[in-house]
Design a protein around this ligand. Sequence first.
Ligand code: F6R
Length: 616
Amino acid sequence: MCGIVGYVGPNSSLDVLLAGLSRLEYRGYDSAGVAVIDDAGHIGTRKRAGKLKELLGELEETPLNDGKTGIGHTRWATHGGPNDSNAHPHLGDNGKLALIHNGIIENFSELKQEMLDAGESFTSETDTEVAAIMVGREYRATGDLTESMRRVVARLEGAFTLLIVHEDSPGVVVGARRNSPLVIGLGDGENFLGSDVAAFVGFTRRAMEIGQDQIVTIRPDSVLVTDFDGAAVQNTEYEVAWDASAAEKGGWASFMAKEISEEPEAVANTLRGRIHDGAVTLPELAVLDDVVLAGINRVIVIACGTAAYAGAVGKYAIEKWARVPVEVELSHEFRYRDPILDERTLVVSISQSGETMDTLMAVKYAKASGARVLSICNTQGSTIPRESEAVIYTHAGPEVAVASTKAFVAQITALYLLGLHLAQVRGTLSAEAIAENVEELRAVPEKITEVLEVSKSIGQLAHWMTDTQSVLFLGRHVGYPIAMEGALKLKELAYIHAEGFAAGELKHGPIALIEPGQIVFVVVPSPRDPSSLHPKVVSNIQEIRARGARVIAIAEQGDAAVLPFADEVIPIPLAGSFFEPFLAVVPLHIFSMELAMAKGLDVDQPRNLAKSVTVE
Ligand code: F6R
């Protein structure tokens, strides 16, 4: 939420900032702004409500003197509406200091009153401006940008990443972080700061983490990191595993279309190096060794949104394979309900971004309560893995479209690897059964590719639905979370009311919603499924058809029992029942995207959303 970029070096800072903002725009697009110290030593700012293109238009109309030091911001509004005056940067010290912020300063009202009492005035409704004014006052007192930042962060409560520049300190950008993300990009004679590595990966792939409650001062040839008390700290440098081209559209109409097409790779790359001779190897779990994992008596999966639906799919498989109870809970509900945790509880957090504040807070809480904490994450160097004892990285590559697609299938892959690993350690599955499941997993990428091929016709289906007001999604067993995911995607991309239900629950109430013409997607289990759920779901289809629903079934190729009752059937390849979610979700992702496109909506940046939700 909110994208932040900072630059010092020999090059045009405007070029670097605008390139960074275009890569960070998925974090928020309510407004964008930049501040640059020009070569004459004056600070200039431009900011505009709306997407980055509005700022680009503004810069064309009223160009800014370029320079070699600058900061840029793309906003997801929290305090104060998305208008020009609330856009960042905010100014302090009579306009000589510029500050940008990601997060929420929870005690801003009292600090604002203190500043008003001291004679300061405000031009925005944001919590951010109070920090700009406070740092400006400290700079007047100390003449030292880093020290000014240190004095102010000591007074702030809540979550924040702050970057500042001052025209009397050209060639310096100071950043600070508490509970919000910030990463350093290390260049040759130039350095960068960004909310994530996407901000600077076009310029350097050398990155360095910044820990919790740390302050960083970058100059063209130096990087100094201290804690909030001023003690120097040594952080780890790492190489970003992907290059800038991975975060480009590469000829696709949207990032979403590209990322859905990458679902096979996301699974294959997450499996790579982790299956050998029909068994699973997860060396990254070293701290959570076999003795620890054999001793756990409960797994709690915590996550939000799509990641939580991946967790719900994983629950079925982990319980079945490792015979350990699994609960799946939304991070924000888990954190505030005083859950019972001990050292035999394994808490597994799932997060694409690794920065979701609700999940981060839940991870910290679980750790402090004595639980063992493992994370599944797609973003190297992000905060949640750092707060966890161990991490299984999904290798879906950068996900730029705001709504998650390829990360979802990668998360299920990681959960299945974990489930099979637990089964190995706990001796709950035979070597043959493990090998069979490993083989099923290995076959998933190719089967998703087949689904992508048959799903090309979904565009036509979507086109006649642009006036649809409501769509229901039904599924059972592992198909239930897929129904929930289908509904979430449709809401967020196409702004259509949608709900996902467990098919068995229909008769307990939701069937009252069915009226002639109601569109219902049904994820149908395989007729070969040993749990005999197939006939039950076929009966559900008949019940809703009898009441006039229009049924679109996602069913196994050759499932003849469904044909007479479905208006449309989207066939998916044969797979073991635990592996159907990988295949059934793909047409649902495509359907939501196609319907949103048919309605003329921006599928990469749906309204009111942001990719990385760094506020609670
Ligand atoms: C939905 C979506 C969100 C995220 C959720 C968690 O398409 O993208 O529901 O899944 O905000 O985000 P991460 O995985 O980054 O923690």
